[in-house]
Ligand binder design. Structure first.
Ligand code: PMP
Length: 368
């Protein structure tokens, strides 16, 4: 460990919260209610499987190193040039490489408390200094635990190279809208790269939610990251992408690993982009269940933080660990939040109607 770089010495390996493999063995994969990882319970468009089968005859070939067909489809979808898109092995990879490219030893990276965990990881691996900005307070009327964009902008100094914001954010589920977004971007100097992590953007349907995508045309220092892991249901294939000005994308290309997105994954992503109906259906199911599950949890006396994602952060109070253990004993896996400094909360992925019912039933045995 002494040989690792200074940033890496202070790190611990990623902890998914539970030994899911052991749970699957114990309960059987079909009996386990896995609501810990914000996966899409409806799965991808069936077209993904067809596209992957079609790839099986060419597994001995390297994939298109640039993923041009997928980039063309994404460029058309978002109304940008192909040169404004970079593909990653999950958006996680891109978030890491952004810090690697734009922040080094002695530089500052700014992000919010309770911001997505990879922001801290990327900053530390790059050897940069984390400037963690306090989130909006728990008793904030509109957006408890949300990003305090004013405070984030105020934390930017000449030493700042990178700012990460997630909209909506994981694990809080919080978001912000057009006015806040534009006022924020206007306050950030050009020498700072601002990364908008929009992994859950497709799921946001609140009128006061806004993506940063329309701002890309006017600002060469902005990056938006998206993923196929959530709304498109392809978490297992590991594909994310970023959009930015062509010059910024070209710099990122220098550190991209060759063939970082595999052939079956590229084909499946193209296929799911073509199936708008499946996407729409799964988004509607999620939106309905998000409201229903939130209300059911509130009716049981639990505080549910507002969310525009496929999960909710829920306050269980002093007995959180007991709740978690009792639910696990019944085969219901949620995500503990102690690592985020939210030890009195659990994060619950919105499952199918059936899964959510099983969660509520398990919860009632504990509450009753
Ligand atoms: N950003 C956020 C906010 C996330 O919650 C996640 C996944 N948990 C990611 C990025 C990374 O997703 P992926 O690497 O699968 O694209």
């Amino acid at each position: 460990a002494a040989r690792a770089s200074r940033g890496v010495q202070g790190l611990r390996a990623y902890d998914p919260g539970h030994d899911l493999v052991a749970f699957r063995r114990k309960f059987g994969e079909d009996n386990l209610v896995e609501l810990g990882s914000n996966e899409n319970p409806y799965g991808p468009s069936p077209a993904a499987r067809v596209a992957i089968l079609d790839q099986l005859h060419s597994l001995h070939r390297y994939p298109d190193p640039l993923g041009l067909d997928l980039k063309r489809a994404l460029a058309a979808k978002h109304g940008v040039d192909v040169g404004q898109i970079l593909l990653g092995n999950g958006s996680h990879e891109l978030l890491m490489q952004l810090a690697q490219v734009f922040a080094g030893e002695g530089d500052d990276v700014v992000y919010s408390r309770y911001g997505f965990a990879v922001f801290a990881l990327a900053t530390q691996c790059a050897g940069a200094n984390a400037r963690v900005v306090e989130a909006l307070p728990r008793d904030h009327a509109a957006m408890p635990l949300g990003h305090d964009l004013d405070a984030i902008a105020a934390a930017v100094t000449p030493a700042t190279k990178l700012v990460y914001v997630a909209n909506p954010n994981n694990p809080t589920g919080t978001w912000f809208g057009r006015d806040a977004l534009e006022a924020f971007v206007a306050r950030i100097p050009d020498h700072v790269i601002v990364v908008f992590d929009e992994a859950y953007a497709e799921m946001a349907d609140a009128p006061d939610y806004a993506s940063a995508l329309p701002l890309l045309a006017r600002h060469s220092n902005l990056v938006v990251t998206r993923t196929f892991s959530k709304a498109y249901g392809l978490a297992g294939l590991r594909v994310g992408y970023m959009l930015a000005a062509p010059g910024l994308v070209a710099v990122m290309e220098r550190v991209r690993e060759s063939f970082n997105v595999n052939g079956p994954a590229l084909a499946a992503c193209e296929a799911v982009l073509d199936d708008a109906a499946h996407l729409q259906w799964s988004l509607e199911c999620n939106a309905v269940e998000r409201v229903r599950l939130s209300q059911a949890l509130q009716q049981r006396g639990l505080r549910v933080f507002p969310s525009q994602t496929n999960f909710v952060l829920v306050e269980f109070g002093a007995n959180t660990a007991l709740f978690e253990a009792a639910l696990i004993a019944q085969g219901v896996v949620l995500r503990p939040m102690a690592g985020y400094g939210l030890g009195d909360c659990l994060r619950i992925t919105i499952g199918t109607h059936d899964e959510n019912q099983r969660l509520l039933a398990a919860l009632d045995t504990v509450l009753g």
